[in-house]
Design a protein around this ligand. Structure first.
Ligand SMILES: NC(=O)c1ccc[n+]([C@@H]2O[C@H](COP(=O)([O-])OP(=O)(O)OC[C@H]3O[C@@H](n4cnc5c(N)ncnc54)[C@H](OP(=O)(O)O)[C@@H]3O)[C@@H](O)[C@H]2O)c1
Length: 313
């Protein structure tokens, strides 16, 4: 195996003077609560310094417990970890934003988060139910609030020392443009599914030109079929550069200028996903230009209903 290099420590500057974000990130969308805590600790101990959480994952408490144990052990400081969480669809009404934000901070046992994202642009019926449905099982949307209303409420959180930066998730280029055009504080981060089967070049180009970090989730394709880790272009490069297919995909994401999120419950894979080495230019080109297959694994962008979280019975 080739020795890892400095690629894994890449940081991306955020607009509005809100510091910089480590490109390589660990996501906490892990259904089992014990596994959430163990994996979060393992990720920090392996070297990950960017974490993604969400009130919708219903495990912020376990992420918070892991953070507290790691910070108390004294080897990693709070200010060395970039922590994000997200506002869920049932909390889009402006008066619900601050309470939801404060509740996330409390569960995460943090005084501040580095980034707060609107999880999706879809507003659901306001209330405590995260998955409101009518009698026929259809989602109940909230027509009384716009994304800009919610964005303005997020803008109100910035500058008080509890929220470093704000951003959007599961959003289209057109919607990002609308918010950028109307915002007092522009989004620092746009968080969307992205990998070689969904490279989002147009959105990435727009983000670059506007000083916005594009953060790619499902960077390994979420173990879904067709499996990116088995793609012949990726496996051939992996053999050539003496890295694993996962390491090739993560390096590609950083080298093309995105932040990324990957997730694993498996300690060996968590370590593997941190041990990255820079890919040669020709490998970057082979992935960017040679892979033509297009697959979106997560349909959350169409309805606001999470694609990777099973519906409760
Ligand atoms: N905003 C949104 O709507 C949204 C949607 C989805 C995800 N996200 C965020 O993005 C994060 C990452 O998404 P994701 O779960 O789709 O990430 P991913 O890294 O593409 O997929 C995770 C899957 O890959 C497997 N895996 C991880 N490392 C591996 C390796 N080295 N070799 C082989 N398999 C490996 C994991 O298996 P094991 O766990 O079994 O090891 C798991 O099944 C989430 O945790 C969440 O924070 C956001």
């Amino acid at each position: 195996m080739v020795e890892p290099d400095g690629l894994r420590y890449t940081k991306l500057p955020l607009n509005n003077g809100s510091g910089a974000m480590p490109a390589l990130g660990f996501g906490t969308l892990i259904p089992d609560l014990i596994e959430t805590k163990n994996a979060t600790k393992a990720a920090l101990e392996a070297g990950f310094r960017q974490l993604d959480a969400s009130e919708r994952y219903r495990n912020e408490k376990e992420v918070g417990a892991a953070l507290q144990e790691v910070f108390e052990a004294g080897k990693i400081n709070r200010q060395d970890v970039f922590i994000a969480t997200k506002l869920w669809n049932n909390n889009h009404r402006p008066e619900r934003v601050r309470p939801a934000f404060e509740a996330s901070l409390e569960k995460l046992r943090l005084d501040y988060v580095d980034l707060y994202l609107i999880h999706t642009p879809f507003a659901f019926q306001p209330g405590d139910e995260q998955d409101p449905r009518d009698a026929t099982g259809n989602v109940i949307y909230d027509k009384e609030v716009t994304l800009l209303d919610t964005w303005r409420a997020l803008e109100g959180l910035v500058g008080e020392g509890k929220c470093g930066a704000i951003g959007l998730s599961d959003i289209s280029l057109e919607q990002v443009k609308e918010i950028v055009g109307a915002a007092r504080i522009k989004p620092a981060v746009v968080h969307v599914e992205s990998h070689p089967y969904l490279p989002q070049w147009e959105l990435l180009d727009y983000c670059r030109k506007n000083g916005i970090v594009l953060q790619a989730f499902a960077a390994l394709g979420h173990s879904s079929e067709p499996n990116l880790l088995d793609d012949p272009v990726i496996t051939a490069i992996a053999r050539r550069v003496n890295k694993t297919p996962a390491q090739v995909l993560l390096a590609w994401a950083i080298q093309r200028g995105t932040a990324l999120l990957t997730t694993s419950k498996t300690p060996g894979r968590i370590k593997e996903n941190f041990e990255l080495s820079t890919l040669p230019e020709h490998a970057m080109r082979e992935i960017s230009e040679g892979i033509e297959r297009r697959v979106r694994f997560n349909a959350v962008v169409e309805t606001g209903v999470p694609g990777f979280i099973p519906r409760k019975a």
